[in-house]
Design a protein around this ligand. Structure first.
Ligand SMILES: [Cu+2]
Length: 287
């Protein structure tokens, strides 16, 4: 796939910008406060591996993303939605729609939808009209509350990249019966495919997390890496998006995570085999 072959180049482009994006919690601890540079993980370097890119430029702080509709001069403005689609614009500090975005993991903007009770997850890639209006097909047919995360890096005049995740809620009216969060588990089966993970994230230091796809199928790059991990905190739906090391580790996809706080999280692991993308979900409890 040509798109994937270009990913190395594109990844290079966003190294700087995304550093701030994934600000937060997971992955951050490693750089802000290296628990132990000799703990076995590679030392974070801007060009060392995409797995550490997000942490590299992070400054102090342990905030997570996706909690605000407006941040750093950028404002997500919802336009419309119905059962099958949604649209929005992102405005700059001048109040005008932003139209210049940096390609990050092959897309100018990643839109993640998570139901507030964790019973739904959608990872979408809207397209932008020349006027800055983003639109995408989405399944908003089930009644309930959705959190919408727009994960992007806006390119400021002069070239600076402002990476961030903004969020807003969509309420689909109707009979909503929120479900309890499933218990913590290290194994998940979706669409017949089982995935397990090893590793235990803690607050204040990064820990390796290895996701292993059962049966050892050939993992295909999906949006520029062997896997994507979106982690959402129960209670406020704080959002963290982590990318793995570029090489598999003993056949597993390896991420570095630091928990932003104690709490319960739902982890969504996106990966591709046989041309098909699946998302396996896990509940994680950080003590
Ligand atoms: Cu995406």
């Amino acid at each position: 796939m040509p798109e994937q072959q270009q990913s190395g180049v594109k990844l290079g482009v966003f190294v700087g910008g995304l550093a701030v994006a994934l600000i937060a919690g997971f992955g951050l601890g490693k750089v802000v406060k290296p628990a132990s540079p000799t703990a076995g993980g590679p030392v974070p370097q801007a060009t060392a591996s995409e797995g550490h890119v997000h942490a590299t430029g992070a400054s102090a702080g342990s905030e997570v993303g996706g909690l605000a509709i407006s941040s750093g001069g950028y404002t997500l403005t919802p336009l419309a939605h119905d059962a099958t689609k949604l649209s929005f614009v992102i405005k700059g500090s001048d109040g005008k729609p932003v139209t210049d975005f940096t390609i990050v993991h092959e897309k100018p903007l990643h839109l993640i939808l998570v139901r507030r009770d964790f019973t739904g997850y959608q990872h979408l890639h809207p397209t932008m009209a020349p006027d800055g209006t983003w639109s995408v097909a989405a399944d908003l047919s089930k009644p309930g509350l959705w959190r919408v995360f727009a994960d992007f890096a806006a390119t400021a005049p002069g070239g600076a990249q402002n990476a961030m995740t903004l969020g807003y809620d969509i309420t689909v009216p109707g009979d909503y019966q929120p479900q309890p969060v499933p218990p913590a588990a290290r194994e998940s089966t979706v669409d017949g495919q089982t995935v397990t993970y090893e590793g235990t994230p803690v607050v204040g230091a990064t820990s390796p997390m290895l996701f292993r796809v059962a049966g050892n199928p050939t993992l295909e790059p999906y949006l520029g890496s062997f896997g994507h991990l979106v982690v959402v905190r129960q209670g406020d739906l704080a959002y963290v998006h982590v990318h793995p090391e570029p090489q598999l580790s003993g056949g597993a996809v390896k991420f570095w995570l630091a928990a932003p706080s104690p709490g319960t999280y739902r982890m969504y692991f996106d990966y591709q085999i046989g041309g098909k993308v699946r998302t396996n979900e896990f509940t994680l409890v950080v003590g």
